[in-house]
Design a protein around this ligand. Structure first.
Ligand SMILES: Nc1ncnc2c1ncn2[C@@H]1O[C@H](COP(=O)(O)OP(=O)(O)OP(=O)(O)O)[C@@H](O)[C@H]1O
Ligand SMILES: [Mg+2]
Length: 602
């Protein structure tokens, strides 16, 4: 029960010493009477220190009852002060203008006091739950402050992070129906939380043409998440801009490539304009045909084989199928992804679970980069919140992990996004593994339960001294509970996120509890079939159908392409030799002279 505002505050003791941002108070022993609960002073409790013209709000950080009989000494951090504003209404402000003096009276901060501090309800606030100290008072967040200066939500697994994200984003959409939100959903669990408000994208309905990938992302795709081979990457550096120019010239808008500009084009490897893979392959093939030295053909044929095998891999259909249909579809792709014409769905839930594992990082990189670039080139025409779950995976602190361009994309939003209306929300169970410079850009933090010391240290580094004492509670928070710190709240707030109705709780679709289990506890056979299908799909190689081998795949010229087996490589070398105009020296085609690998993952 909340304390009733009409009950006068009980004096608890008095101030005995005052420091810069803290004080010590002596408390009288709690009376055994019915108001014992009000008298119970423990760490985290808010007190009011009564000065001549204000109440200084303080939080208990240490209690020591080991002194003289009955004497309890508590150390408190001073947080701010409540003064009577216009019309006698108590108003709270952070910081201390008039310090308490030794002997000033100490009271518990009652319902009215908590209201003055935390009840910031107004036009620009959202309610995401209740105060832990007094559940009759809402937990309000200043939504503009939270969005514009980015936010992060940390907590150990199972503590309610995804549900909290659903509560937060639903509250944002309720107060700002047109706020564009792009949610990266690695476990396909959020579709149910947003229903009709969100467009749900997955590998089956996403169209993300390969030509929107920048150079590093393209290399990552062609090399299937492994570092690119230097000499093949070099060939791509030269041929991709040419393929782009060829596409433009066939549409009458580009620079005539072969006649006017044989050596280069106005397009860079990164310019997001369409090109055809067939043109790219032909360009590589042409170059191979002109070679005088037979030993150099391997890298060309290998590269062609790589491109073909990725293009024919069904799992990559989202980026290669019909990628050139409709010509330059960038406007449509951007409009769809970022809900530029929302049609009642201002949000995108990007489900990642069905993508080939090796391409997920590149996809997140493309999406994050495009979110930022759209903001940049539109001068922030539309405000977009980019929310990334499992953020430690995409922006790890350890540079040897993850995919550099993905981290770069997220880091750019963190550092410069606010100038262009692109805001970041990061969610992770392992903050210690997340890039610290990115965390430092998040001005509102929600810390849920975290037991790990390294994770707690990250939070401690990110919050002010006054708030740091509250972090002692972080390991003992319950499910749904969080501390909110920073710009979005008036004071560090211990809150409990609203209870989500069961149908909105994020849950992976295929694991919906009970749905596939019959009365005897047996699992539905159709369900198991779906599990097998997903399993196979995720690990399936390049084969179109069962029984069709890689060597059956056609190259544009009609020759067989290859998987990079030794056998196939030899076949390619033979083909290449036939194409050569001059016979090479007999020792030129030594097998096994493998190209050096270079890591592009800086
Ligand atoms: N706000 C909430 N409303 C209703 N139920 C909740 C809420 N928060 C947590 N729960 C309950 O706790 C469970 C776990 O929550 P949730 O999946 O959000 O945790 P998580 O931290 O995202 O876990 P994980 O690390 O596995 O992703 C939910 O399935 C739900 O039953
Ligand atoms: Mg979760």
């Amino acid at each position: 029960m909340p304390p009733s505002p009409s009950v006068p505050a009980v004096p608890l003791g008095s101030v005995v010493s005052v420091g810069g941002s803290h004080a010590a108070v002596h408390l009288t022993a709690p009376a055994a009477a019915e108001d014992a609960a009000a008298q119970r002073i423990t760490v985290g409790r808010f007190l009011s220190l009564r000065t001549a013209n204000s109440s200084v709000v303080a939080v208990v950080t240490e209690v020591d009852g080991g002194g003289a009989a009955g004497a309890i000494k508590a150390r408190v951090d001073l947080l701010g002060e409540i003064k009577r504003g216009e019309g006698g209404r108590p108003t709270f402000q952070r910081g201390i203008t008039g310090y308490p003096a030794v002997g000033d009276r100490v009271e518990a901060l009652g319902h009215d006091g908590l209201r003055a501090v935390y009840d910031t309800y107004g036009g620009d606030t959202i309610t995401i739950g209740q105060l832990q100290q007094d559940d009759s008072i809402g937990a309000y967040i200043k939504v503009d402050e939270m969005l514009r200066k980015h936010f992060a939500l940390f907590g150990t697994t199972g503590v309610g992070k995804s549900s909290a994200v659903a509560v937060l984003l639903r509250a944002i959409l309720a107060s700002r129906p047109n706020q564009r939100i792009f949610l990266v959903d690695p476990h396909n669990e959020y579709a149910r939380s947003f229903r009709e408000k969100a467009l749900v994208l997955n590998p089956k309905n996403l169209k993300l043409p390969f030509w929107l990938f920048n150079f590093e992302e393209t290399v990552d795709v062609f090399f299937r998440g492994r570092p690119g081979v230097e000499e093949e990457v070099e060939i791509l550096t030269q041929t991709i801009p040419l393929a782009k120019a060829m596409f433009a010239s066939t549409r009458g808008e580009g620079h005539s490539l072969r006649k006017a500009d044989p050596g280069g084009t106005a397009y860079s490897v990164d310019t997001p304009v369409p090109y055809r893979l067939a043109d790219l392959v032909n360009l590589i093939d042409d170059r191979m045909g002109k070679l005088e030295n037979r030993s150099s053909t391997t890298k060309y044929s290998r590269l062609i084989a790589r491109i073909e095998s990725v293009r024919k891999d069904l799992r990559y259909a989202f980026m290669f199928d019909n990628a050139n249909v409709g010509g330059d579809t960038m406007v449509d792709v951007l409009s769809q992804l970022f809900r530029l014409t929302p049609d009642g769905k201002p949000m995108t839930v990007m489900q990642l679970a069905g993508f080939p594992a090796e391409v997920v990082d590149s996809v997140v990189s493309v999406l994050g980069r495009m979110a930022f670039d759209f903001g940049l080139w539109s001068d922030g025409a539309i405000e977009l919140l980019f929310v990334c779950e499992e953020a430690h995976r995409y922006a790890p602190g350890d540079r040897s992990l993850g995919f550099g361009p993905t981290r770069k994309a997220i880091s750019r939003i963190a550092k410069e996004g606010r100038k262009y209306g692109v805001f970041l929300g990061l969610v992770t169970q392992r903050p210690a593994e997340l890039d610290a410079t990115i965390i430092s850009q998040c001005s509102t933090l929600f810390a849920m339960r975290m037991a790990n010391d390294r994770d707690q240290a990250v939070i401690r580094a990110a919050v002010s001294d006054a708030a740091a004492s509250l972090l002692a509670f972080v390991p003992s928070l319950g499910t749904r509970e969080a501390f909110a710190f920073g710009e979005g709240v008036s004071l560090p707030t211990r809150l409990r996120f609203s209870q989500l109705a069961p149908e909105f709780i994020p849950k992976s679709e295929s694991l919906r509890s009970g749905e596939h289990i019959d009365a005897t506890g047996g699992i539905d056979a159709v369900f198991v079939e779906r599990v097998v299908e997903r399993w196979r799909h995720a690990t399936m190689g390049n084969k179109r159908k069962a029984g069709e081998s890689l060597l059956d795949m056609e190259r544009p010229g009609g020759e067989p392409a290859t998987a990079l087996t030794l056998e196939a490589e030899r076949a390619l070398l033979r083909d290449a030799a036939l194409n050569m105009r001059r016979e090479p020296p007999a020792d030129a085609a030594k097998p096994g002279a493998g190209p050096a690998h270079r890591s592009l993952r800086k």
